[in-house]
Design a protein around this ligand. Structure first.
Ligand code: PGA
Length: 252
């Protein structure tokens, strides 16, 4: 059985005080959510404070990115994966489409960041997903397959349990336009097939694949009812404790 993961990506929102306020409001609302792993990803500056305030709860903290570099050194502006771990992170999100689109993220940097995060003992949420033009041209599977093979090539069987894939069609992020549960399911099944080819049947069966893109309290149950959807990466609807809690506590 794959344990679902519901993760909130807070992007570049919330000061430290606002992050703590939302995290503390969320904590009791999801305290009984044993059916899934609950994760929130605040901005770097709020990570340590939020992680400290959530200690002993069932809510884990994720970084939104990490450096490709593992050696501490002259890399102005970068934060190494082990520093994120030191600040209380359990997960790191890598390869989010906003980083691919606006911050020069490539499959190669995704691969290096994934390895860096694994080396620091973090679980990694690796994001993949096609743009609208690519879907309309019939290239969605090819794009996603390339991102998976480029970003996750060369991982070993011991690395794989800490890899989580998030399928986020770029046209559904922040647009209010969700993929239908059937469209998402189709791509999730495809991702699992790629994993089977690249790794093993067992690794593919155990892989958690999250859907992301305009997930809301009213569409989560339909998405989660699909066989290959093992959770969600939530942006906008994770910023308020009550709406994120409603997603975590979806109708099962
Ligand atoms: P959204 O963002 O839920 O606001 O569409 C999802 C994401 O970017 O991870």
């Amino acid at each position: 059985m794959r344990k679902p993961v519901i993760a909130g990506n807070w992007k570049m929102y919330k000061t430290i005080a606002e992050s703590v306020e939302t995290a503390l409001a969320l904590k009791p609302l999801v305290a009984n959510a044993n059916h899934c792993e609950v994760v929130i990803a605040p901005v770097f500056t709020a990570l340590k404070t939020v992680a400290d305030r959530l200690e002993g709860s069932n809510v884990r903290v994720s970084a939104q990115d990490c450096s490709t570099e593992t050696e501490h050194g002259a890399h102005t502006g970068e934060v190494a994966a082990d520093m994120l771990k030191d600040a209380g992170a359990t997960y790191a999100i890598v390869g989010h489409s906003e980083r691919r689109q606006f911050y020069c993220e490539t499959d190669e940097s995704v691969s290096r960041k994934t390895r860096a995060a694994l080396a620091a003992n973090l679980s990694v949420i690796v994001c993949v997903g096609e743009m609208l033009e690519q879907r309309e041209a019939g290239d969605a599977e090819q794009v996603v397959s390339q991102q998976l093979r480029g970003g996750l090539g060369g991982l070993t069987a011991t690395d794989l349990p800490r890899i989580i894939v998030a399928y986020e069609p770029v046209w559904a992020i922040g647009t209010g336009r969700t993929a239908t549960p059937e469209q998402a399911q189709e791509m999730h099944a495809f991702i699992r097939r790629v994993f089977r080819e690249e790794h093993s049947n067992e690794a593919a069966q155990d892989l958690r694949i999250l859907y992301g893109g305009s997930v809301k309290p009213d569409n989560i149950a339909g998405l989660m009812s699909q066989e290959d959807i093992d959770g969600a990466l939530v942006g906008g609807a994770s910023l308020k404790a009550d709406s994120f809690a409603a997603i975590v506590n979806y109708n099962r």
